[in-house]
Design a binder for this molecule. Structure first.
Ligand SMILES: Cc1cc2nc3c(=O)[nH]c(=O)nc-3n(C[C@H](O)[C@H](O)[C@H](O)COP(=O)(O)O)c2cc1C
Length: 322
């Protein structure tokens, strides 16, 4: 499981940083991999409202947001947005990051594409401010709700703290560590009890990617699906991406992974191999099945469509049998 924290305060070692770090540390106890983006240090352009993403699904700016952070948002199972309140909302730096998720909003609401991870991905808000007003978190709560919706994450709660002003205030809060423990437990409970399945092929550019995407899309609440290749290539097969889009599934910003990397993310109960044969792993305790599905790489788009449909049928059968 991958948990991505967005640290929105420009004060690198301030209250927000303490709160997010403590939250991620708690989550790591459950074996999750955590990553943090120090949003205030980024040099990303603010959205200019050009509307290009609304017709193409891609941002006009080909900067780190497009190249690194969309893929990270797509890969994460949980996204935690952490911010101090600046004028009743997120910091300007975090707001730039949020606005730039407009390209993912467009893919969802203009191009009608669904992220295969939508069933399980969760969003969580951490926010704090100096004052004690009742409405202190109204602005950020709405912003977070629509941000998480744009990036295909269910808004699953928040921890908010008033009267936190000077460096060190958060750390001294009497209940913060207990609050974190309770909320981290609750958040992770959404992910427990699922069957862990690794789909493996050679390049991780077509077959195993489609199988994992269908498994997550159809039954992400019951199956934790990953994919990997014995010899992963650099990019997904663009024809595969296109034929999945024809079924409304958004594979953009995913990338091929090695089997080893995927096993690190999910230690599988079941391995389904498609073509990698002797190069696919034997994992103690994991059941291994072979699906006889031909390699569509280098073939026509119609052939790719037939392989897509074949894989979808196999995944549906697998889900029914579990
Ligand atoms: C530009 C700016 C605007 C702020 N606006 C608010 C505000 O509207 N309400 C509030 O309660 N605190 C406000 N604060 C205070 C911060 O939220 C508070 O100091 C917080 O603890 C800083 O967190 P950090 O240490 O993670 O940076 C503001 C601070 C700054 C610098």
């Amino acid at each position: 499981m991958i948990v991505l924290g967005l640290q929105g305060s420009p004060r690198g070692n301030g209250n927000t940083n303490f709160l997010l770090s403590a939250f991620l540390k708690e989550i790591e106890k459950f074996g999750a991999e955590t990553r943090t983006i120090e949003v205030a240090k980024l040099k990303i352009s603010p959205c200019i409202g050009c509307g290009i993403c609304e017709s193409t699904g891609f941002c006009f700016f080909n900067d780190a947001m497009s190249k690194e952070f969309y893929p990270m948002l797509r890969e994460a199972d949980i996204i935690i947005a952490a911010t101090p309140i600046f004028f009743y909302n997120a910091t300007a730096q975090l707001k730039i990051f949020i606005d730039r998720s407009q390209a993912l909003w467009s893919r969802k609401y203009r191009l009608n594409l669904t992220d295969p991870g939508f069933k399980t991905r969760r969003g969580f808000l951490l926010a704090l401010g100096a004052t004690k007003g009742e409405n202190l978190f109204e602005g950020i709560s709405l912003t977070a709700k629509y941000f998480f919706d744009a990036i295909a994450a269910h808004y699953s709660g928040n921890l908010t703290y008033r009267r936190i002003e000077n460096k060190g205030d958060m750390e001294k809060h009497p209940t913060v560590l207990d609050d974190i423990k309770k909320e981290a437990d609750r958040l992770l409970s959404f992910f427990t009890g699922r069957k862990k399945i690794l789909f493996a092929c050679t390049e991780n550019a077509c077959r195993s990617q489609m199988a994992a995407a269908f498994a997550r899309y159809i039954a992400g609440d019951k199956i934790d699906a990953v994919s990997g290749g014995s010899k992963p290539v650099a990019n997904l097969n663009p024809i595969m991406v296109k034929v999945m889009q024809e079924k409304g599934l958004d594979m953009e910003y995913l990338s091929p992974k090695s089997i080893d990397v995927s096993i690190k993310k999910v230690s599988p109960d079941i391995i389904i191999i498609m073509g990698c044969k002797q190069n696919c792993p034997n994992i103690f305790g994991a059941k291994k099945y072979e699906w006889d599905i031909p390699d569509p790489a280098g073939k026509s788009i119609n052939y790719m469509r037939s392989i897509r449909d074949m894989i979808k049928t196999r995944v549906l059968k697998l889900v029914n049998e579990l």
